[in-house]
Ligand binder design. Structure first.
Ligand code: GRF
Length: 216
């Protein structure tokens, strides 16, 4: 589907199976989110996300991360983003931390999804952390990326009840279902201008500023 010239252009960065990328790609393809995913960037050569990109006709770029050469990785990344005229970066299971210059260059235009109700259980193994803490519910968070790890301002969360007998896999599977709802919805809010980051604050468009319905 051709896009208007000024419609938002998105790159998704992933490191694994890419189910969130798939949920986003489907929502864009179905016209639920304004704009388009123009590029998938992966830091592993053989991951599920690449097959999903090919299914949706999205170009996939593998950038090889070399030990101790984060700057080189990010130079290649920034070049690719510029080459594809990318406006927004959506992290979807991307297992690298973006450095300050990248975050600053795209401030307010980078989203991440994390499978816990942040600020609880950031970082690695959030499901195990939630189970170990004995919480009654967990969930997922879509947030703007700032300079910390899973610390940026939240756009939305979806809650999932922890069941007796849950293990990491069962809890992760139920949270993942909610991630696939949450990420497209947060992306829609951002790209339609319903939500934006001003400085470090999430600003929501008051109802009165919503575009008026067209009259005949
Ligand atoms: C998801 O649980 C996401 O929240 C986390 O990593 C996982 C990626 O899964 N950041 P997928 O690759 O999107 O299937």
């Amino acid at each position: 589907m051709s896009q208007p010239e000024d419609s938002p252009r998105v790159a998704v960065l992933a490191s694994g199976r890419g189910s969130n990328f798939g949920a986003l790609a489907k929502a864009f393809a179905e016209g639920e989110i304004p704009g388009s995913i123009e590029l998938l960037v992966v830091d592993k050569p053989r991951v599920g996300a690449i097959e999903i990109a090919s299914h949706f006709g999205i170009p996939a770029l593998y950038i090889e991360p070399k030990r101790g050469q984060r700057a080189a990785f990010e130079t290649a990344l920034m070049r690719a983003l510029a080459g594809h005229e990318i406006d927004y970066i959506f992290l979807a299971g991307f297992m690298r931390i973006l450095s300050r210059p990248v975050v600053d260059a795209y401030w307010g235009r980078i989203l991440n999804i994390h499978p816990s109700l942040l600020p609880d259980f950031p970082g690695l193994h959030p499901h195990a952390q939630a189970l170990a803490a004995g919480v009654k519910s967990s969930g997922c968070t879509v947030h703007f990326v700032d300079h910390g790890v899973d610390t940026g301002p939240t756009i939305l969360q979806r809650r999932v009840r922890v069941r007796a007998g849950d293990d990491e896999d069962s809890l992760a599977a139920r949270i993942l279902e909610q991630e696939h709802v949450a990420y497209p919805e947060a992306a829609r809010q951002l790209l339609s201008g319903e939500v934006r980051l001003e400085g470090k604050s999430v600003v929501r468009r008051p109802r009165s500023e919503e575009p008026a319905a067209e009259e005949d």
